[in-house]
Design a protein around this ligand. Structure first.
Ligand SMILES: [Zn+2]
Length: 379
């Protein structure tokens, strides 16, 4: 989730976002015609061939909650829903339960913010209802074996994650509880400090603050249990502490939806030194489609495919091909998008091929690198 994401109603009033929804509307209308190969071609005429992918971050459960739907199969004006995941031939989608510490009615359409626990249960219910009602197409996955099994059965894997570990509330038992619920990735902070550590900040002294004492213990425990630790939104000091824990445990960590700070100065992005360290620990950074995290000029609200490729190439240059993955942040971002929903991702894969990447390298970015981290970090 990006800080300034408006809800759909607000976003439509924004001229840039208006274009986006017009484009999305086209897809919504077209998708109801069915999903035969011909229609797929019609949906995205540039699409030469599909590629299975794993996306480490979307905020679609929050959108489903705002739309008061029981499942995420079919949603209005979102960038991801079950039907479009099928059209896109997704291998796996990580679904974040975004649990902010403050309220904005734009996020979930809620006047009053329930407790983090209640909010989580609401999104968890939508996730579970979808798995129950459409078990022929989707299945929850918790590790590499289940990812493989779902793939063999022709199902899309759905991984459950938490964005903002504040609900852990300083209690180790809570970590075990969310593990038992099926959560396999925790983004330690969002844009506020919490019991685990300090979030990213423009202020250098705040940016250098790391994990709390409890946060260090919690990271160790999550890695022991098989929950991936995610440093997106964390301070640079927090990144340093997670990297240190990861070196000790030998378990990789991820920056599920962060780009390169050398290309876009947002504090949410990774410095070159951080990219190298993440790669050395066997981790992956997920390419984020949010314009503010892509463009050098933060007032430029257009998310361009070529710019996403720039970030991919920079990650490869600094950390090697094995540290690059996808973390689109679909349904948590705002602006004007060339990749306006998940069915358009093949355009990114084509653009990466045109940058000279081999078929194997594109497949590593789309799927294999994240599959490797799932194998090494989830149980
Ligand atoms: Zn986020």
């Amino acid at each position: 989730m990006y800080e300034n994401s408006g809800n759909r109603e607000n976003a439509v009033q924004n001229p840039a976002a208006g274009i986006l929804y017009k484009v999305r509307g086209f897809f919504i209308i077209r998708k109801r015609q069915g999903s035969s190969p011909e229609n797929k071609k019609e949906l995205c005429p540039e699409m030469e061939k599909m590629m299975r992918y794993i996306d480490m971050h979307c905020d679609t459960l929050g959108s489903a909650l705002a739309q008061k739907t029981e499942t995420f199969l079919e949603l209005d004006r979102t960038m991801v829903d079950g039907l479009r995941l099928q059209q896109a031939e997704a291998g796996a989608q990580f679904f974040a339960m975004f649990l902010p510490q403050r309220n904005d009615p734009d996020w979930f359409g809620l006047e009053e913010m329930p407790s983090a626990e209640v909010l989580m249960r609401k999104m968890y219910d939508i996730f579970c209802h979808t798995m129950e009602q459409y078990g022929d197409r989707f299945a929850a996955a918790h590790n590499a074996e289940e990812l493989k099994q779902n793939q063999n059965e022709g199902k899309i894997s759905a991984f459950l994650t938490i964005e903002n570990g504040s609900l852990i509330d300083g209690k180790m038992d809570k970590i075990r509880e969310i593990y038992d619920l099926g959560v396999r990735l925790v983004t330690l902070t969002w844009n506020d400090d919490n019991c685990l550590g300090h979030c990213h900040s423009q202020k250098p002294e705040e940016m250098s603050r790391g994990l709390t004492g409890f946060g260090k213990e919690a990271v160790r425990y999550m890695q022991e249990l098989g929950i991936l630790v995610d440093v997106s939104h964390l301070s640079d000091g927090g990144f340093r502490d997670v990297a240190e824990a990861s070196r000790r445990s030998g378990v990789p960590f991820v920056a599920s939806h962060s780009n390169c700070r050398a290309l876009a100065p947002a504090t949410r992005n990774l410095t070159d030194a951080m990219i190298r360290e993440l790669a050395e620990c066997g981790g992956v950074a997920g390419l984020n489609l949010e314009p503010t995290f892509l463009n050098e000029d933060e007032t430029d609200k257009v998310s361009r495919i070529e710019r996403i490729c720039d970030h991919a190439m920079h990650l490869i240059d600094r950390g090697g091909i094995e540290c690059v993955g996808l973390g689109t942040d679909f349904d948590g971002i705002s602006g004007e998008f060339e990749i306006s929903d998940c069915t358009k991702l093949p355009l990114l894969f084509d653009a990466l091929r045109k940058r000279g990447l081999s078929e194997d390298a594109v497949e590593q970015i789309a799927y294999q690198n994240t599959a490797r981290v799932i194998r090494d970090g989830m149980r």
